[in-house]
Write a protein that binds this ligand. Structure first.
Ligand SMILES: *Cc1c(COP(=O)(O)O)cnc(C)c1O
Length: 384
């Protein structure tokens, strides 16, 4: 059996008519940049989300950068983010001229350990980027009160947490703004790069809209110098066609995660994900911790199961941050988990048969019960 890590084709097949119509409409109307499909998606996402402003842009990385620039963050400032995330969460801090500061992850929930935030704050700290990693929100209320106490901005990186909730509040609605990615593999994905900013702050919304469009709200009226970071019409129309399915897809992701829990819970060598009390996890990723991670990954690969690592190196341990002078022991949890975390395939179209096949192979790996595939043992050995 083949179990790919993601299967965007299967999703396309299930909504082919909607997507094909959306694409052909944009081409027929030559609504390539700006125009009605971009506006329509922005309002539909705002309504679905319960937020007053959605500012679309070229990708999720830009949305973080635009937000920080428009909050006045730059040279001499520090911005705190989490030690385990995609590099966008920290590289955009550097892009503004500010210095990235990292906080270790929570041992159970993989996102920022809120108990370690306070000590990372200095007089130069201007903002915190809280990343709702894997689809589960961090302890956003605690993080917000720490930010408020110090008078610093809270930005929520929601690239992996479309529709996730904590105590009934959606990701992106607690801080000054939320940043979303619609990268194809995200829970709501375009057919190319796309992203957006969500905020209830009207002034910030206007600034971001201006900055993303060469500093102009009206053509040729450049109030400031900006950048070119726009959502194109095709991506907007595709996202608009997919948005009505997002709730159903999220529910399906949760069902698949529950099935994994059922099939995996008795395997002693692995740790399955934990949901925070009051959390509505949207399972962008289903991440386990396991012994002999690399060997297990290879074993599964040989049996048609694709897995991934999010992320193989904690951010502060990457070569690009050597200059910050951190030691991996400054982030004990993130540094130790980088060699034991493994993301299993999880998407709405995954079947129970696939889930049980993945689980059975994980079990076999640890019990040495390699019936059908024992001839591949040499490959496993040479890879380890
Ligand atoms: C995907 C992602 C981003 C960046 O989004 P792009 O659209 O790829 O630029 C930022 N932060 C996190 C946590 C992500 O997973």
């Amino acid at each position: 059996m083949k179990v790919p890590f993601v299967d965007l084709k299967a999703q396309y097949e299930s909504i082919k008519t909607e997507i094909d119509t959306a694409i052909s409409n944009v081409i027929t109307e030559t609504a390539f940049i700006g125009g009605k499909y971009v506006k329509a998606f922005e309002s539909a996402f705002a309504e679905q989300y319960g937020v007053s402003h959605v500012i679309s842009c070229a990708n999720g990385t830009d949305s973080l950068y635009i937000l920080m620039k428009m909050l006045g963050i730059g040279e001499g400032d520090e911005v705190i983010t989490v030690a385990n995330s995609w590099i966008s969460s920290s590289e955009t801090i550097t892009q503004t001229g500010a210095k990235p500061v990292f906080v270790d992850i929570h041992p159970d929930f993989y996102s920022m350990d809120e108990t370690k935030l306070d000590t990372a704050i200095t007089p130069a700290t201007k903002a915190v980027i809280a990343v709702h990693l894997q689809g589960q929100m961090c302890a956003i209320d605690t993080i917000k009160s720490i930010c408020d106490k110090h008078g610093i901005y809270l930005i929520e990186d929601c690239a992996q947490s479309h529709l996730s909730e904590l105590n009934g509040v959606r990701a992106g609605l607690t801080g000054i703004a939320g940043s979303f990615s619609f990268y194809p593999g995200k829970n709501l994905g375009a057919y190319g790069d796309a992203g957006c900013i969500t905020t209830n702050d009207e002034k910030l919304a206007e600034k971001c809209r201006m900055y993303a469009n060469h500093g102009a709200l009206k053509k040729h009226h450049h109030i400031i110098e900006g950048i070119n970071s726009r959502l194109d019409g095709l991506q907007a129309a595709i996202l608009g066609a997919k948005l009505p399915f997002l709730q159903q897809w999220t529910a399906q992701r949760r069902e698949k995660a529950a099935l994994y829990n059922k099939y995996l819970s008795d395997i002693k060598k692995i740790v399955i994900p934990t949901e925070r009390t009051g959390s509505m996890h949207s399972y962008h990723l289903y991440v386990i911790r396991c012994e002999q991670r690399d060997e297990l990954m290879q074993y599964l690969k040989e049996r048609g199961i694709e897995t991934a690592i999010h992320y193989p190196t904690a951010l502060p341990n990457l070569p690009c941050y050597t200059y910050l002078g951190y030691h991996s022991s400054d982030f004990p949890i993130a540094s130790s988990y980088q060699s034991s975390i493994l993301s299993l395939p999880l998407y709405p179209e995954l079947t129970e048969a696939m889930i049980s096949y993945v689980a059975e192979n994980i079990r076999n790996f640890y019990t040495g019960n390699q019936t059908a595939a024992s001839n591949e043992e040499t490959v496993v050995a040479s890879a380890s």
